[in-house]
Design a binder for this molecule. Structure first.
Ligand code: DAH
Length: 365
């Protein structure tokens, strides 16, 4: 080799060496990549680095590209062999790159297919459809009956002023009836309602008279939880105000209600009682849906089950809601939804209804 070709040949050798040095770490990927224990992510990263390496060592601005430009400057008799050297060197580099790239691509494709494949023999994921809470089911049954009797369903606030929870219901400050309904006070002026009777006032203020409505909802009392008490529970209030409403309408309505709920054989019984917002007042019982009379565990051997309180709306209550108590009379009642629910499903502990244990709730679809 004459001197005119010596230096360019060294440049080719240097370019080749530089490539080999950098390619060294990719060499193991020529052949089988899966043997290298790569993850898909790692393989993708290495493939990107390999592309960069290719650009650096075989691209337009690479050392070998500069060598090609030297071919014209080499002495004429050396030109052919120098050209051949450059070509061979470049071809060798490209081949190494191709091999590694091919193997990596193959590995990546296989890994992707594997990742996306589905094992059709695996058991399917069964959808778990939800269902309504037993209290909701009970509430809906009650609503359906009263709606069919021409009652509107009112949904009202759970946070109340003393006026709606007590004063307007004929329970002035200092009245002993406030004590058993001690509730949760948020500020001086607001409290969680202790009874759905509050909705009687709201409904009459909104609709005036005549009015026929029921109001199911949550109420709150300062009670210590035990099998028959919970500081939060559900009631349904009922109110019917019109001209000429009498106690007979009250009795007929509740008798119809329990017969639709528990069967046509169901009887009702009214016991005199006291509520500040009704006069006269009565406690309502219905004959046991399980034994129909002789007594059993469900009715605690009495043959009767308590439904709730009721009575003729006190004139003071009508007046508090701006309804003319000379022209209108009405009856009202209040029933416990969860209590009825617990009775029907024979629950020993009312708190089961509020613990949200699906193993319990799933039994009431
Ligand atoms: N509000 C009463 C309570 O929570 C239940 C009640 C009794 C409602 C008699 C009424 C009624 O509308 O007339 O104990």
């Amino acid at each position: 080799m004459t001197d005119s070709a010596k230096e360019p040949a060294q440049q080719v050798a240097a370019a080749h060496e530089a490539f080999e040095r950098e390619f060294e770490r990719f060499a193991p990927f020529c052949g089988s990549v899966s043997a290298n224990n790569l993850t898909l992510k790692q393989a993708e990263h290495i493939a990107r680095e390999l592309t960069e390496l290719r650009a650096r060592h075989t691209g337009k601005k690479s050392a070998i590209a500069s060598c090609k430009k030297l071919v014209g400057r080499v002495a004429a008799e050396e030109r052919a062999s120098f050209g051949h050297l450059v070509q061979q060197t470049e071809a060798g580099m490209v081949q190494s790159l191709d091999e590694a790239e091919h193997a990596l691509k193959h590995f990546i494709e296989t890994a992707r297919v594997e990742r996306e494949s589905i094992d059709v023999t695996l058991p399917g994921r069964r959808p778990r459809p939800g269902h309504l809470h037993p209290i909701t089911l009970m509430r809906q049954r009650i609503e359906d009956i009263f709606v069919s009797l021409g009652y509107a369903v009112e949904d009202d606030r759970e946070i109340e002023t003393d006026f709606y929870n007590f004063d307007a219901l004929n329970i002035p400050e200092g009245h002993p009836a406030r004590d058993p309904q001690d509730t949760f006070y948020t500020t001086d002026a607001f409290a969680l309602r202790s009874q759905t009777s509050t909705v009687q006032i709201h409904a009459m203020q909104r609709r005036g008279a005549p009015v026929r409505m029921i109001a199911p909802g949550r109420v709150f009392r300062r009670d210590t939880p035990d099998p028959t008490h919970n500081p939060m529970f559900y009631q349904v209030e009922g109110l019917c105000v019109d001209r000429g409403i009498t106690m007979a309408h009250l009795k007929g309505t509740l008798a119809e209600f329990v017969q639709r709920l528990f069967g046509p054989e169901t009887k009702t019984r009214f016991r005199p009682s006291y509520f500040p917002f009704t006069e006269p007042s009565a406690e309502v019982d219905y004959s046991c849906f399980s034994c129909s009379g002789p007594g059993c565990r469900i009715c605690k051997w009495s043959g009767w089950i308590e439904l709730g309180g009721s009575g003729m709306v006190h004139p003071n209550v009508l007046r508090a809601a701006n309804v003319d108590s000379e022209e209108f009379t009405g009856f009202a009642f209040g029933l416990g939804i969860d209590r009825t629910c617990a009775r029907i499903y024979q629950l020993d502990d009312i708190r089961l209804l509020f613990e949200n244990d699906v193993r319990f709730l799933e039994q009431f679809r």
